[in-house]
Design a protein around this ligand. Structure first.
Ligand code: ZN
Length: 258
């Protein structure tokens, strides 16, 4: 069995308040680690904001197949250097799962190239997550919809690039809708944004939510495809170099006047 190296990153700030600690005594990362840990396929590592280099050194990222990210109130405390390192690793092939309020995290915003803002409301509304791509790997073993009795409401427009694939759409009892399962490819890496998971609700203990996260990790894991060459490239076939020995300026001139 091929094991997948998963690093769960959590800013781990809210869970230090009594109110939130009651819901996630081991932190949100602890709840996610527990549910992924039941499957021996996943080799799990934890990283948090307070750790040296936020727990995301070059060595850790190079040994990570899929990074899961939960953040909310401390996005600005993540160093630009670490955020850029995460971005570069995704372009190099690491999978990235961004949960809930991670939509405004530095690595996600960098990779999307947009503000990633949205409407929100904390009103204990019901969320119904509809699977709109049943054949997608992230929909494996899911029911037609997942109903969360209470969650934070997010609403469109979600200011992100149009997803390469949209797996879920959420409806909220307040009337809002939201693109809640968005897939992107960036460089050699895959990114999945998954909406639910506000810290005030026990969402990450649910079997159906666990199934989505496991499916997303499996989908985002690197597939060991070829590493593409960039830059100057010699022709594979025998072709005459018409500009051999002539200056570059001439090459350009010929191209323009053709
Ligand atoms: Zn939230």
């Amino acid at each position: 069995m091929r094991r997948i190296n998963v690093t769960i990153w959590n800013e781990f700030v809210h869970e230090k308040e009594d109110r939130i600690r009651k819901i996630y005594p081991d932190g949100i990362h602890g709840a996610i680690a527990q549910m992924l840990g039941r499957d021996k396929k996943y080799n799990i590592r934890i990283a948090t904001l307070e750790m040296e280099e936020h727990g995301l050194t070059e060595d850790v990222l190079n040994a990570t197949d899929v990074l899961i990210w939960w953040g909310h109130c401390a996005h600005s405390e993540v160093s630009d250097e670490v955020a850029t390192r995460v971005r570069n690793r995704v372009l190099g092939g690491m999978g990235l799962i961004v949960l809930h309020s991670g939509h405004r995290s530095k690595p996600f915003v960098m990779l999307m190239g947009m503000d990633c803002r949205l409407k929100w409301r904390e009103n204990d509304e019901k969320e119904r997550i509809w699977v709109i791509e049943p054949a997608h790997p992230i929909a494996r073993n899911l029911p037609e919809y997942i109903e969360l009795p209470m969650e934070e409401t997010y609403g469109e427009k979600f200011d992100v690039p149009t997803p390469d694939e949209l797996v879920f759409i959420s409806w909220f009892s307040g009337g809002d809708v939201f693109r809640s399962g968005c897939c992107y490819k960036r460089g050699n890496g895959k990114i999945f944004y998954f909406r639910p998971g506000h810290e005030e609700y026990p969402t990450f203990y649910r079997e159906d939510i666990s199934q989505v996260i496991k499916n997303a990790v499996d989908w985002a894991a690197p597939t060991n495809g070829p590493i593409s060459t960039v830059g100057h490239w010699e022709a594979l076939e025998k072709v005459e170099d018409k500009f051999a020995g002539r200056p570059d300026s001439e090459r350009l001139h010929t191209y323009i006047t053709k």
